[in-house]
Design a protein around this ligand. Structure first.
Ligand SMILES: Cc1ncc(C[n+]2csc(CCOP(=O)(O)OP(=O)(O)O)c2C)c(N)n1
Ligand SMILES: [Mg+2]
Length: 330
């Protein structure tokens, strides 16, 4: 037996990607504690279904922009764990040659236009990419991931307004994990559902269970069809949750343990695992094989990162872009 709607291989791939994200994050957290990784990590543990469901609905020629909590988005769009781990470890073999770290990982070949340390910073970038696609009459879609907190930024509203006026092929994907740092969403926004905000810009706002990878996939597929056929943008609000702190080291005094536990009962990976077994879309052995192979891939990624050199000091100015004026770079 198999599900009536989806191919087993497709479903197993969704599972593989979600587990890769979870294991990547847990591994990176450990390697940071062990001293391999300097700098901050904002992990997306618990939010795997939004990244994977949304990117599964895109085509290879489509692009995404990401956030400070972006490792999952990168893996979902095809990013390789070894180059990501090497970047986190500040090694020359990483996505940015070891100079960017978690907040700047980018792979244009995969349509990943970059993680972003500026809250809401990726949203206008996706709108710019969508404008280019429309002008060049390319059947491509741009998707911006961002958090609930980002919807209170001016850049969010300006970008959605322009995208609405020009009916650009863009999807605004809000991962509403209920908090911006330590601030609960309801203390920051006067609307109950952030999807309501699309009404101001005259395009649909859709609410989806962000812990249900197939629900996310379906909502994003509809939005991508709309964008590709010239009907303009969609705002998707995926309701989800991060289990860990805003950053590693956050004492999380702003929320109750019971709330975290309640969300763990709706874990996106274990729910989907049960679904695959119920429908016999995969056997217990298939799933264990996937889990084991991901652990091996991550062992390899960590070894690759650890064996790679750090950038030489004399290369500090390479890859730095800015305006030049009288021979000086600003
Ligand atoms: C423009 C800007 N303002 C403030 C910050 C500091 N900051 C980093 S993450 C964050 C919270 C963002 O919340 P949300 O958009 O909900 O994303 P989440 O962390 O929940 O994934 C803030 C305020 C920043 N990086 N950029
Ligand atoms: Mg948030």
């Amino acid at each position: 037996m198999s599900t009536p709607k989806y191919d087993d291989a497709f479903l197993l791939d969704l599972y593989r990607k979600m587990v890769t994200i979870r294991e990547f994050e847990l591994r990176a957290i450990n390697e940071r504690r062990a001293g391999l990784i300097p700098g901050f990590i904002h992990s997306c543990v618990g939010q795997e279904a939004t990244a994977v469901g949304a990117c599964a609905a895109l085509q290879p020629q489509d692009v995404i922009t990401s956030t400070h909590r972006g490792h999952g988005h990168l893996i979902a769009k095809g990013g390789q764990a070894r180059y990501m781990m090497a970047e986190l470890a500040a090694r020359t073999t990483g996505y940015c040659g070891g100079k960017g770290g978690s907040l700047h990982m980018t792979d244009f070949d995969l349509g990943i236009l970059g993680a972003n340390g500026i809250v809401a910073g990726g949203i206008p970038i996706a709108v710019g990419a969508a404008l280019a696609f429309q002008q060049r009459r390319e059947a491509r879609v741009a998707l911006a991931f961002f958090g609930d907190g980002a919807t209170n930024e001016g850049a969010f509203h300006e970008a959605l307004n322009l995208a609405g006026v020009w009916k650009l092929p863009v999807i605004f994907f809000c991962e509403n994990n209920l908090y911006g740092e330590g601030s609960p969403q309801h203390t920051q926004a006067p609307v109950k559902d952030l999807a309501e905000r699309a009404a101001s810009y005259a395009f649909p706002g859709v609410i989806v269970d962000g812990n249900d990878v197939l629900a996310v996939f379906e909502a994003t597929r509809q939005a991508a069809d709309r964008a590709r056929s010239g009907q303009g943008p969609t705002l998707i609000e995926g309701k989800t949750y991060r289990y860990r702190g805003h950053y590693e080291g956050d004492p999380m005094l702003y929320r109750a343990k019971a709330e975290v536990e309640a969300w763990r009962q709706r874990d996106p990976i274990s729910t989907f695992r049960r679904y695959l077994l119920q429908w016999s879309a995969a056997s217990e052995t298939d799933l264990q094989d996937v889990e084991t192979s991901i652990k091996g891939e991550l062992d390899e990624a960590v070894a690759f990162a650890a064996a790679s050199p750090v950038p030489a000091p004399e290369t500090a100015l390479e890859g730095v872009y800015g305006e030049t004026w009288g021979g000086r770079v600003f």
